[in-house]
Design a binder for this molecule. Structure first.
Ligand code: AMP
Length: 285
């Protein structure tokens, strides 16, 4: 890298641990891990880390206090920060959803026209409702948004949802998604330090790509090879190698992790044997 890069990481909350794990998996692990550390240097890369609240990261990056940082896309949207999204990180996935109590008559987001909605994301909510031509009154609340309808503060809520269990626990029903979010690496707009940023993006991106794939190995009789290859959901070309036992070949391929569950029984049914799947550490295409 051309010069030391400064990077803001979430110091607590949901995004803290996965951000840390991503840096560790990328081999640029900080020297002094620990809850109370506010600043750290990286062992194997010219990166200085600053630990701040995830909500503050967009502003630190926009103001140039740091070169880049990890935060939630929802926070970038809500702060209306003028930063560049360099990489989607594949964790911290959630969506901003509109919800009403189970007994409410609303069946779609459009049914919220003219109603009172509590949210801790008023700017994003206003933008998303306006895009659908819906006029509603937004009530800004800082936390515990989901109890607002029960308290009589609002008819509905717009809040971040990942599994939906908090909605259910609070007797709420989702009307739909307004905005999809995940953790992102953001950089200062118009930065001149493109080389250092591009190195960081490539290194982190190689780990994120790898996490989404598995390396699959299996053996199959040559006369069933066509069936096995037809099943593989791989974009590249699989490797096929002769085995010492004549008539048998080994097939190696990179396959999306999400497909493994359905793929293994089909491979077995096609005569594939000695099937192995291995995690992939890095992938640079
Ligand atoms: P925290 O520091 O724990 O408040 O983390 C907040 C960030 O985590 C949000 O801005 C989102 O980007 C992300 N996140 C992921 N899932 C959820 C969720 N179910 N509720 C709130 N935030 C979530």
């Amino acid at each position: 890298m051309s010069r030391r890069l400064t990077m803001a990481l979430p110091s607590k909350g949901r995004l803290r641990e996965p951000s840390w794990l991503l840096l560790e998996a990328s081999g640029v692990a900080p020297q002094e891990p620990g809850e109370r550390v506010l600043q750290a240097h990286c062992r194997n890369a010219d990166i200085d880390l600053l630990f701040v609240r995830a909500d503050d990261v967009p502003e630190y990056v926009e103001d140039g206090v740091v070169d880049c940082g990890i935060t939630g896309l929802d926070l970038v949207s809500e702060r209306e920060s003028d930063v560049e999204v360099l990489l989607r990180l594949g964790f911290g996935t959630c969506s901003l959803q509109a919800a009403v109590s189970m007994e409410d008559s609303a069946t779609s987001i459009e049914d919220l026209e003219g109603r009172r909605i509590a949210t801790s994301h008023p700017r994003t909510a206003a933008k998303m409702l306006a895009a659908r031509g819906i006029k509603a009154e937004l009530v800004r609340v800082a936390g515990s948004v989901e109890i607002s309808p029960r308290l009589g503060l609002a008819d509905a809520i717009i809040d971040l949802v990942s599994t939906g269990s908090t909605l259910r626990t609070n007797g709420l029903r989702s009307l739909g998604v307004l905005f999809e979010s995940e953790a992102v690496l953001v950089g200062k707009m118009g930065s001149t330090d493109l080389e250092a940023r591009s190195t960081l993006t490539t290194v982190l991106g190689s780990v994120i790509n790898a996490r989404a794939n598995r390396y699959l190995l299996c053996n199959v009789a040559k006369d069933r090879l066509g069936d096995v290859l037809a099943l593989l959901p791989t974009s590249g070309s699989p490797t096929v190698m002769d085995l010492a036992t004549s008539g048998l070949v080994a097939v190696h391929a990179l396959v999306p992790s999400a497909d493994i569950w359905s793929l293994l029984p089909k491979l077995k049914a096609c005569g594939a044997r000695s099937i192995l799947t291995l995690p992939v550490e890095r992938m640079v295409s």
